[in-house]
Design a binder for this molecule. Structure first.
Ligand SMILES: [Zn+2]
Length: 333
């Protein structure tokens, strides 16, 4: 029987400038798919696989940076998938959704899903939790093709490109997802430190090291032998033992860091208040016309499938002028 736990393990290779992360989303991923199916709006299998890989990649990337805010991985497409989103919080709570228009060809990969006319893009946004006034989120964008303009078929290749461009670090990424498990393995060359810094040349050294670090290349090649089936069915311990049995791999335990590691989990941040303010932004006339037509307003959350209902009385409350509301809810003029 397949292990359904949600797990993230971090590891290093003793004495080598290489680190890694392995994530396995089991019950949390099934929860995501079950909610969507329950809402009567299940995604086609090809889109489910893409979203699973995005969730796993998002968790890996969020765990790999020191950043207090949401990491949002977005794919903008010109095929049947118009948008696919994975959002991961610093505590590894994640949610995903997609906007699909029209039929998805059976077996479709990135090109057929998102990049039919070469206009597909992948954006990685780091949205700080406590934004300073005027501060805008950091965003990096990459196209869905390789150096020779060849269309890429795998999300992992797109993200490897992104990380090489944005961090100047070699990265090997293996991603896979089915309806039971979404999983990923990330191997990354660590930035040059120590002597490089002493000589004041660490930046230059990092760029110089791209593609030529022997230990990284060897470990990345071993990682590349991991099959989707192995990644999806074996426990993280077994995967690491099988791949790196000749390497000095060492799991980082909670005692190795100041913070206990988080366990990835599904969580949606939608709320009745947020849906209410969205309705307010539509304007009273628009909302009233929905009430006239349908008797009430029903808004479903795209991420978790939860349905929010607003009857005429609720809508009246939404649009009550601020001065008529109880003290404490007033906004500054
Ligand atoms: Zn929700």
């Amino acid at each position: 029987m397949t292990d359904m736990s949600d797990e993230l393990v971090k590891f290093i290779f003793d004495g080598l400038p290489v680190r890694g992360l392995l994530v396995r989303l089991g019950s949390s991923w099934q929860d995501v798919l079950a909610r969507r199916a329950l809402a009567g709006d299940a995604f086609p299998p090809e889109v489910r696989a893409l979203l699973g890989e995005m969730a796993a990649a998002g968790v890996l990337m969020q765990s790999n940076i020191k950043f207090n805010g949401a990491l949002v991985l977005q794919m903008y497409g010109d095929g049947p998938v118009k948008l696919a989103v994975a959002e991961v919080q610093p505590d590894l709570a994640f949610r995903v959704t997609a906007k699909v228009v029209g039929a998805v060809p059976a077996g479709a990969r990135l090109e057929a899903l998102l990049n039919v006319h070469g206009q597909g893009r992948c954006a990685i946004t780091l949205d700080p939790k406590d934004k300073l006034p005027g501060q805008v989120p950091y965003q990096g964008v990459v196209a869905l093709h390789g150096d020779q303009r060849e269309p890429l078929q795998a999300l992992a290749e797109v993200l490897e490109h992104y990380m090489l461009q944005s961090e100047q670090l070699d990265t090997k990424l293996i991603l896979a997802a089915n309806d039971q498990v979404a999983a990923g393995l990330l191997i990354q060359r660590m930035p040059v430190q120590g002597m490089g810094n002493v000589q004041g040349t660490s930046g230059a050294r990092n760029e110089d090291e791209i593609g030529i670090n022997e230990a990284y290349n060897r470990i990345a090649m071993l990682a590349a032998t991991l099959t989707a089936d192995e990644l999806l069915t074996l426990t993280p311990d077994t995967v690491l033992r099988r791949l790196f049995w000749e390497e000095p791999v060492r799991l980082l335990t909670p005692q190795d860091g100041p913070h206990a590691p988080h366990t990835p989990r599904f969580e949606c941040s939608c709320s009745r208040e947020r849906v209410g303010s969205m309705l307010k932004s539509l304007g009273r006339d628009e909302v009233d016309s929905i009430i006239t037509e349908q008797g009430r307003v029903e808004i479903g959350c795209d991420f978790c499938g939860k349905k929010y209902h607003f009857d005429p009385v609720d809508v009246g409350g939404l649009f009550t002028p601020v001065r008529d509301q109880p003290p404490g809810s007033a906004v500054r003029q």
